[in-house]
Every structure is written in C-alpha cells, then in structure tokens.
Design a protein around this ligand. Structure first.
Ligand code: C5P
Length: 301
C-alpha cells in the first residue's frame, strides 16, 4: 500500500488576464500549498475501485467518473499501457468548490503514486505534467507543490522558494460552493491575443511579478512583509456569491486579520494572521454553525 498526501493551496496573487480562443483564461498567479491535506491510499486490487471518507461535514465527494481521480487513472493507463488495478481510498479534509484545489490535488497525488508504483514494476514513467494539464488547470502545480508562479491556463509552473509557515484562518460558509467555470464567465475578460503567457514577463500580472521578485530575493520574512502583495481578481461584485461573503470578510477584518483574501474563485476566504495565537483567537471568535473554519499554515512539501 502507498499513502500520499494531497495538500490544499492558496493563491497569494490571482490575476486573470485575457479570455482565450479555447475558452480558458490566461492567468498570472502565485500558488502555495497548505498543511490542510487529503490523503490517498493506493492498494493493488483485482479491479479498479474508488472509495471516499468525507471528513468535511456536508460534503459528498462523488466516487464515479465525476471524480478527477478516475481521469488520472485512465490517462495514466493510456500513457503507459500498465493496467494493474488499484483500490484507491481518499480521506477528504479539503472542502469542494471552495477554491482550495482539493480535487486537483487528489488527481495529482494519484498520478504521482501510480508513477512511483509503476517504476517499481519496471514500467517507464510518462510525462506527468502533460497528463496533469489534461485533467485540469490546477493539476500541474500540485505535481510540484510548495510555492510557484503559475501562468498560461495553469500549465506553466515556475518554482519559487517556499515561504515561512505563516498562519491563516480559512472561513467557508457551510453549504455554499462556487463553480469555477461560472466565476470565470462572469469576469467578462476581453479575448486574449495569444494562448500563452510568458511567465517571465512581469507586466503580464503586475502584482504577481512584484511578489515573485520579492520571494526570489528572500524579502518575505514576516506576514507583515506579505500582506501588501495579496490580491485576487475574483473578489468583487462579478462573483455571484460576493454579497454573502462580505459579512465574513468584515468580521475577519474586525478581528485584526492583517489581510483577507478570497481563495481561488471562492467560496473560502483566508485571513492572514500575525502568529499562531492570533489565528486561534480569530478561529474561536468566528466559530458558528454557519461557517466551516480551519487554522492552517503555508507548507512547502
Ligand atoms: O481546468 P478546470 O477544469 O479546473 O477548469 C474549470 C473551468 O474553469 C473551465 O472549464 C473554464 O471555464 C474555467 N477556467 C478558465 N481559465 C483557467 C482555468 C479554468 O477559464 N485558467
């Protein structure tokens, strides 16, 4: 049996550039993994089977083809011709439609797990980056994890040095998920000239360019150094559920959050905290029957 962690992510910056001819959007973003993680267990079996233990109240993760894990298995089998079936058991701690990348991370962890097991069986490894991009835009990042600058529709991933383990409080309204496709559609971005976005071209996403430089130069040593860089283009009235999220944001700010930040296209909001005690204070004060709350840290691998 092989056990692999599948961490959640936070977008420290998320700038959505033009809409592309293929329906996706070019983005410029800095992703960082968190210490909130799902877990995938792969056990050789007579036939392929997926089971899920949902630890987030109210979440019902599908075990059929809608689950990204099936896509990962099918693409891996196609690319390698290796048809050894597995029982894959997922323990889900990352909520879905929350902007934390749970489904994408699960798929990436299964790709990595299958690759490791295939190598042990003498099967040559395929290019996981290509398979990952076919599963979903965020999946390539999760093959690396840590901190990275992400461009294109998500397939260009440039690693950055990881940040210190800063504390955040995540707050998600219970039962409210946001469809990523709908959130992108509502942004109404103009058509882009190109399908590519040069990740080294800082002006493509000015906030992302600036933060990426500061991270490279090791200038982000405290949460106070980071707070002024955080941004997310999905924040605002274009997001269908924004009205619902405003009171949560206000409450986090009133409790002294250094900065609040929408995670991906929502519905989770993250509050950057001074330290662990500050995070635990905010968590205690935010606790209510309408919110799911987590205290998390940035984590590199
Ligand atoms: O790639 P993924 O399946 O995760 O994306 C879900 C939807 O989000 C896409 O169908 C697309 O509408 C939108 N999207 C986008 N541009 C991206 C990533 C996602 O428009 N870079």
């Amino acid at each position: 049996m092989l056990i692999i962690q599948a961490p959640a992510k936070i977008n420290l910056t998320l700038e959505v550039l033009g809409r592309r001819a293929d329906g996706y959007h070019n983005l410029s973003s800095i992703f960082h993994t968190l210490n909130l993680a799902d877990e995938a267990r792969l056990t050789p079996a007579d036939e392929m089977r997926l089971s899920v233990e949902d630890q987030v109240e109210g979440c019902e993760t599908p075990v059929d083809e809608r689950n990204t894990v099936w896509k990962a298995v099918a693409l891996f089998q196609q690319a390698t011709g290796w048809e050894q079936p597995f029982h894959i058991h997922l323990t889900k701690r990352i909520p879905s439609e929350a902007g934390l990348g749970g489904g994408s991370s699960d798929a990436a962890s299964v790709l990595k797990g299958l690759c490791q097991l295939a190598q042990q069986a003498g099967v040559p490894s395929p290019s996981l980056m290509e398979l990952a991009a076919q599963i979903g835009s965020d999946v390539p990042f999760f093959l690396l994890g840590g901190c990275a600058r992400v461009a294109g529709r998500g397939e260009t991933v440039v690693p950055l040095p990881p940040l210190p383990p800063f504390y955040w409080v995540l707050a998600k309204p219970k039962g409210i998920g946001i469809s990523t496709a709908e959130a992108y559609r509502r942004l109404q971005r103009p058509l882009a000239d190109t399908m590519e976005e040069d990740p080294l071209f800082a002006a493509a996403g000015p906030h992302t360019g600036r933060l990426s430089q500061s991270i490279d130069r090791r200038r982000i040593e405290t949460p106070e150094n980071l707070m002024g860089y955080l941004c997310n283009d999905f924040e605002g009235d274009a997001l269908p559920e924004w009205e619902l999220l405003i009171p949560i944001q206000k409450r986090l700010k009133s409790l002294g959050a250094l900065k609040t930040l929408l995670c991906g296209s929502g519905s989770t909001q993250a509050a950057l905290c001074r330290d662990r005690f500050h995070a635990l204070d905010i968590e205690r004060d935010m606790r209510s029957c309408e919110l799911d709350i987590w205290v998390v840290q940035l984590r590199s691998r």
